[in-house]
Design a protein around this ligand. Structure first.
Ligand SMILES: [Zn+2]
Length: 242
């Protein structure tokens, strides 16, 4: 493997893809470079003829193509610390690009700039949009341990008794107000579902989505979330505070 290492770093995505294909021969039949998909690394198809899809930013990080080959040999089951670091790095890079796009498009998006008064925000959203429903108590979710996370549930709706919990992670001064309002709105749409139940309805049904689309600034809130997910996940580089 040592001689492979010398030839594989650093190079264009196309050459790196060819090298991965060569080194993983017999396991992978195709390497697809993706540039804009949400998925950074995936194996599809059947054993011996897997199709690998890999983001170009990941493929061109030094050392990563060989880590990907090792990952393929392990049938995609275990992610080495180096590969994990590469994934985190690309996720952080993508989020920073998304943030740059966002600020170009929308200018400054108002942030909390201080502690979040959850009760007041909940009251405001319920009164504005869900006044026709029985009031739904909204409170903070349980405290979680610190450190990097892989995925985050920002809010949850609980039935019997009906109540909503919001993740304490959103109580940070850099968080956009519109994102908090969106989370409350989303969970209150679940409350609206629970108040008029339909048998067998999935949580994010067409009815739910049509309600959710009424939230003004839905696209902006979702774009903000995408652009800041790495900060919530605890990856990427710390950014200077204003
Ligand atoms: Zn939901």
């Amino acid at each position: 493997m040592a001689s492979d290492q010398a030839t594989i770093d650093p190079m264009s995505p196309e050459r790196a893809a060819d090298e991965v294909l060569r080194l993983a021969a017999g396991r992978v039949s195709q390497v697809r470079i993706n540039r804009n998909r949400g998925m950074l690394l995936s194996l599809r198809g059947s054993r011996g003829a897997w199709r690998l899809s890999v983001h170009q930013d990941l493929l061109t990080l030094p050392g990563i193509p060989l880590e990907i080959v090792a990952w393929i040999r392990g049938e995609g089951r275990s992610v080495s610390p180096t590969l994990r670091q590469g994934l985190d790095q690309v996720m952080g890079l993508r989020a920073r690009r998304a943030r740059a796009d966002l600020s170009r498009q929308a200018g400054a998006i108002p942030t909390l700039d201080g502690p979040l008064d959850l009760a007041a925000a909940a009251e405001r959203i319920q009164a504005a949009w869900f006044a026709h429903l029985p009031r739904c108590p909204i409170d903070w979710g349980p405290r979680q341990s610190g450190g990097p996370r892989r995925r985050i549930r920002f809010g949850a709706y609980h039935r019997k008794p009906a109540h909503i919990t919001i993740n304490r992670l959103v109580d940070q001064p850099w968080v956009a107000r519109i994102f908090v309002d969106y989370l409350l709105f989303h969970e209150l749409c679940h409350h609206a579902q629970a108040c008029t139940p339909l048998r067998g309805e999935p949580p994010h049904s067409p009815r739910f989505k049509s309600w959710e689309r009424r939230f003004p600034g839905l696209d902006q809130a979702l774009a903000w979330e995408k652009a800041h997910l790495d900060r919530f996940l605890g990856v990427g580089e710390p950014e200077p505070q204003p």
